[in-house]
Design a binder for this molecule. Structure first.
Ligand code: OGA
Ligand code: NI
Length: 325
């Protein structure tokens, strides 16, 4: 496990110019802040304010769009404690979104898990448009950042788009972390992310921590930045050269903390396989020291298969209700 003491801030407006620093960050901590990203502050603020309004609603109102109602599309609202990221109930509630697909889309007709229509709340009315606009903007940013990642690996800038993300699996979540009631529980427990790249907007509360070899390193709020981090798939594809680093959150404040992670992942049907790296760059397998003792590098199959194994574990109750196992 690498030892690092800070998370770099990288200006990403030109992905060619940013590639080298992105590569360094991915090898050291697997985390960096992106600034100069071009996402309008007005959109960020609007999404933030509308989300705050939603979470302030009574629980009965929020439970009008429960995740169980979306079935295998895995969309909608879940309550504090419903998700068990690392085996214990997370102290957060949230909304789960994905690409908005009509009911007659072939993948929806075929019953493909994680594909379908979103469940949007009736109130506040503007949340639907803000979410859809934000996801579109994040998808573009994801492509640009992954072009930088490709260049940093000595690959063509459209490598990921050609091989894995022409049609990425985009998952978007909005979390509300209430002030902690039980100091032994985490907002979200220690975990790594599943896909290629996570792009996180966090409010000004703080509380995100990233695991370095000797200690936990804080990833405090940086105005108008996104916290970007590598997921398991990119770790696997680069044979551990680019790190999917464990992280966790505890809201440090006596008020709500909001965060907005966007997951830019390989296509559901993409076969996960290693990228040919320049000689000498690949690292030995690290599964003995991983938080879940599992090696992502031992996995064979599609990204969809990998992801379904994960979502079933973190929402066991929902899995029983929806899939009946
Ligand atoms: C995640 C995550 C951090 C946060 O959703 O994978 O690590 O601040 N979120 O909510
Ligand atoms: Ni995460």
């Amino acid at each position: 496990m690498p030892n690092f003491s800070h998370i770099p801030i990288i200006e990403v407006s030109n992905h060619h110019a940013a590639a080298e620093r992105i590569g360094e960050a991915c090898r050291e901590s697997g985390f960096f802040y992106a600034v100069g990203h071009g996402i309008p502050e007005e959109l960020q603020r609007r999404l933030h304010d509308l989300s705050r309004e939603f979470f302030a609603l009574p629980i009965e109102e929020k439970m009008r769009i429960p995740m169980a109602a979306a079935g295998r599309a895995w969309r909608g609202y879940f309550r504090v404690g419903d998700e068990l990221t690392s085996g214990l109930p997370d102290q957060k509630e949230g909304l789960y979104f994905g690409e908005e697909l009509p009911s007659d889309h072939p993948l929806v007709v075929a019953g493909t898990p994680l594909h379908g229509a979103n469940l949007f709340p009736e109130h506040p009315a503007g949340l639907r448009d803000a979410v859809l606009e934000y996801m579109e903007a994040m998808k573009h940013l994801g492509h640009r950042l992954m072009a930088g990642v490709a260049l940093s690996l000595g690959l063509k800038e459209d490598y990921f788009a050609e091989e894995f993300t022409r049609e990425p699996l985009s998952l978007f979540r909005i979390f509300n972390y209430p002030p902690p009631r039980d100091p032994t529980l985490w907002g979200v427990g220690e975990h790594t992310d599943y896909g290629l790249l996570t792009i996180l907007m966090q409010d000004d509360a703080g509380g995100l921590e990233v695991k370095s070899q000797s200690r936990w390193v804080a990833a405090p709020p940086v105005p108008n930045s996104f916290v970007c981090n590598i997921g398991d798939m990119l770790d696997r594809m680069t044979q551990g050269l680019y790190r999917s680093t464990p992280h966790r959150v505890r809201n440090p404040l006596p008020r709500n903390r909001l965060s907005f992670p966007f997951f830019f992942d390989p296509n559901f049907f993409a076969q996960v396989r290693p990228i040919a790296l320049p000689k000498g760059l690949a690292k030995p397998d690290d599964h003995a020291e991983r938080w879940d003792k599992a090696s992502v590098r031992l996995f064979q199959g599609t990204y969809g298969e990998y992801l379904l194994g994960k979502v079933g574990k973190v929402f066991p109750q929902l899995k029983r209700e929806v899939i009946g196992s």
